[in-house]
Design a protein. Structure first.
Length: 344
């Protein structure tokens, strides 16, 4: 049997055939690429065919399915009419699939497996009424994003126990791989390479724009937007490692090299030093602390940004609690970043 790409019939979509089967029931059909109308096999009958293939007899298949042998025989006969081919050789020693039957059985196994997986996933989503979720996130994610997501998650799923941990991307992802964490929130770029993420699932959560952070008395503190090039020659307070690379790249794109006088991995400390007048900084919007002694302003033009992503295990179905948290996390990020756009 050759599988062909299905194309829609024009001008009407495929609906039901008019030829009755088993008395009054009408079969759904599809239009193949060469214009032939073909019946779509009934899923319940595919299950019967699978049982016959596995057990080698109508009687044993009937016992598994809790049918009578006569009902199994009728279902196979109806399936053969749907497919237009003999699928089972009936003999005194049992039932054996024909070549056409073996082809259909192979595809039936895939179809039924996918349907079972879909049913299991839907059941998992419906059962987020208990259990637990282990979440790890980097330091500045706790300023706005994670608290908003946790609050939303608890409102929707109050019976789920949350286990929260502050971790940098590398140990957080290692915990996901080891089975000690269900979901890790990471920033990008980071120290993780492709090999570190192999076998894991990455979901983009948000693009977090960088804002200029200035001392409250700075000459540009009253501006609605700050041109990055206007900060050339200023002393700079910068983050460290990969985050510093984002800041340096943004400054270079603006035509200058930042004069960094202080660095910290803590964006709260970066903003503290700006408040003390030590320099200016670029800080992700979701890491802004609301310090009254600084002026946080969007940049003119398309802003540089860091990417926030969620890492989960890819082997097997994702825990329902992790799927639920991922949905809430993305929604919270979208709301927060929309606020940044509204102020830009």
């Amino acid at each position: 049997m050759t599988c062909r790409r299905i194309v829609p019939a024009c001008p009407m979509p495929a609906c039901s055939a008019t030829t009755p089967v088993d008395g009054s029931r009408k079969l759904p059909f599809m239009i193949t690429a060469d214009g032939i109308r073909a019946a779509v096999p009934d899923v319940r009958r595919l299950r019967v065919l699978r049982a016959v293939a596995e057990h080698g007899s109508f009687a044993a298949a009937a016992a598994e399915l809790r049918y009578t042998p006569s009902a199994v025989s009728q279902q196979i006969a109806a399936l053969e009419r749907e497919c237009g081919a003999v699928l089972v050789d009936r003999g005194p020693r049992g039932a054996r699939l024909t070549q056409a039957g073996a082809v259909l059985d192979r595809h039936a196994a895939l179809v039924l497996g996918q349907l079972a997986a879909a049913r299991a996933e839907l059941d998992d989503l419906a059962r987020v009424r208990g259990g637990s979720l282990r979440l790890a996130a980097f330091e500045s994610a706790w300023t706005a994003l994670v608290p908003a997501a946790v609050a939303g998650f608890r409102e929707r799923h109050p019976e789920v126990r949350l286990h929260l941990a502050e971790e940098d991307p590398v140990p957080a992802v290692a915990a996901v791989r080891a089975g000690g964490c269900d979901l890790a929130v990471v920033f990008e770029p980071n120290a993780l390479d492709a090999a570190a993420l192999q076998g894991l699932q990455r979901t983009a959560v948000a693009r977090d724009p960088l804002w200029a952070v200035l001392p409250a008395g700075h000459r540009l503190a009253g501006a609605a937007r700050v041109p990055l090039a206007a900060l050339e020659g200023e002393p700079w307070v910068a983050p460290t490692a990969f985050c510093a690379g984002v800041v340096r790249a943004a400054c270079r794109d603006a035509g200058f090299e930042p004069d960094i006088v202080f660095s910290s991995a803590d964006y709260g400390a970066v903003q503290g030093f700006v408040a003390a007048g030590a320099g200016v900084a670029l800080v992700p919007y979701l890491a802004l602390t609301g310090n009254a002694r600084v002026a946080a302003r969007p940049l003119t033009g398309p802003p540089p940004a860091r990417t926030l992503a969620a890492i989960t295990a890819a082997d097997g179905p994702r825990p329902a609690t992790a799927t639920a948290m991922l949905d809430v996390l993305c929604a919270a990020a979208a709301t927060l970043v929309a606020a940044a756009r509204a102020q830009s």
